[in-house]
Design a protein around this ligand. Structure first.
Ligand code: HEC
Ligand code: HEC
Length: 394
């Protein structure tokens, strides 16, 4: 039989347990609600003719995460000596490239590859020039900060110091609290999630070509650009075999596509040995897959805003669009004029063609009609530290 004392202590224990369970349930519901609101908060604003990107991408975004990412993107705190931000290499006025062949890292080590533009990456199934296995932007953005091959921002092994520096910045902490209400300090998830949300928000669908072709504004492009467009889409010149669709590339993922389109090709830039070898430090997708047939294969880049992103190709080895057309594609790949002749590994669609100077001018005018001026001064993508604070400007 239970004594009254034993009963009341059991009763108290029962009440305490019930309160604890109720509290746990409440916290669970609150956390669920908070994460749900941030999950549901973002919808890509794109023209009706463009598909939505995969749902997982929008679900990881919210306006607060984009704003956190914008501050991180432009912050020199992300580099070991405070001299470099993402925007040192990815500048808005150049469609998020830098105008250099390759960019030198914080310790003076030259980069391996040309800085690519960052627009419309939400529709890009793989990231970087030649890595078919790199799919999540959250993983890509770690590379410039913590990577050592080559060293870019130099924070390898300094994760703790970086998070502490961000925690000590009241503005960053305020942004963190609204982007990730459950977190009390910076961690890798907040850092990469914020940066990925911001980069994913860099959409670009407002070029003269879009206004002409998608919105039927017949005055949007010049007669020369129209002639160039026709040449671009002919079978003989064949650019469209690889540079087609939403972003002028054969790479595309979207919410209504079960399987992404993936396009990596060898365009015959190099033939070092008569068998199609590329330079050892930049062999293309073979570096990742180990497959000999991936020698010299690179992801087809988007041609949106391409007039702003010179120099060209994965190693920045072609200075102008004229040279890309005349000195590379027209002769069936630049290697054709080297000692070993055209590359045997080049894609069958790189066949060479004859064009006049006027044709080349027209094709360049077409490529220039892919420039979206509204991207270059969109305030939501601009440097939040710019007003008068010189030390924050890259
Ligand atoms: C020192 C110059 C430099 C800095 C600083 C830099 N990047 Fe890059 N970024 C590059 C280069 C070069 C590549 C191409 C790498 C490759 O393909 O191997 C690249 C590629 C990318 C890509 C992939 C683009 C694509 O088309 O697939 C993203 C996204 C990106 N960078 C975001 C960032 C972010 C975010 C930061 C800041 C944390 C940053 N970068 C800092 C030079 C830089
Ligand atoms: C077989 C597929 C294929 C065809 C056909 C093709 N391209 Fe490319 N294009 C690529 C690939 C892949 C790259 C990147 C190659 C590299 O960096 O080594 C590229 C790069 C480019 C670049 C440089 C972009 C940058 O950001 O650096 C331009 C410009 C370009 N192509 C225009 C054209 C034009 C114009 C045509 C038609 C004359 C054409 N391409 C035909 C696949 C192709």
């Amino acid at each position: 039989m239970l004594s009254p004392r034993a009963f009341s202590s059991r009763h108290r224990a029962l009440v305490a347990t019930s309160i604890a369970i109720a509290l746990l349930l409440l916290t669970f519901v609150a956390v669920k609600l908070l994460t749900r609101t941030s999950e549901l908060a973002y919808r890509f604003v794109v023209p009706a003719w463009a598909p939505q990107p995969p749902r997982e991408i929008a679900q990881a975004m919210s306006p607060a995460r984009i704003e956190l990412g914008r501050h991180l993107f432009y912050s020199p705190k992300l580099s070991v000596d405070g001299t470099m931000s993402c925007a040192s290499c990815h500048q808005q006025r150049r469609a998020f490239t830098d105008g250099e062949v390759v960019h030198v890292g914080v310790h003076g080590e030259p980069g391996l590859r040309n800085v690519p533009s960052l627009t419309n990456l939400a529709w890009m199934p793989t990231l970087n020039w030649a890595n078919p296995k790199l799919k999540a932007l959250e993983n890509q953005v770690r590379i410039p900060i913590f990577g050592e091959n080559p060293t870019e921002m130099g924070m390898h092994g300094r994760e703790g110091a970086l998070f502490a520096a961000l925690d000590a910045d009241p503005k960053m902490m305020a942004l963190l609290r609204s982007a990730y209400p459950a977190k009390s300090g910076f961690d890798i998830e907040a850092l990469t999630g914020g940066l990925a949300a911001f980069v994913h928000s860099m959409t670009s669908f407002n070029s003269p070509f879009d206004r002409y072709f998608r919105e039927h504004d017949s005055n949007a492009v010049s007669a020369s650009a129209l002639r160039g467009m026709k040449l671009f889409y002919t079978d003989e010149i064949g650019c469209r075999h690889c540079h087609d669709g939403l972003n002028f590339t054969d790479n595309l993922q979207s919410a209504d596509k079960v399987k992404p389109e993936i396009g990596f090709h060898n365009t015959g830039l190099y033939n070092e040995d008569g068998k199609g070898a590329y330079p050892k430090r930049n062999p293309g997708a073979r570096e990742i897959t180990g497959l000999p047939r991936d020698e010299g294969r690179f992801r087809t880049p988007s041609l949106r805003n391409v007039a702003l992103t010179a120099p060209y190709m994965h190693d920045g080895s072609i200075a102008t669009l004229r040279e890309v057309i005349r000195g590379h594609y027209a002769i069936a790949g630049r290697a054709a004029k080297g000692p070993h002749g055209a590359s045997p590994l080049r894609d069958p669609h790189v066949t060479g063609f004859t064009v006049s100077d006027a044709d080349v001018d027209d094709m360049v005018a077409f490529l220039e009609s892919l420039t979206d001026q509204s991207l270059l001064d969109r305030p939501s993508l601009s440097d939040p530290f710019a007003s008068g604070k010189k030390d924050h400007k890259p």
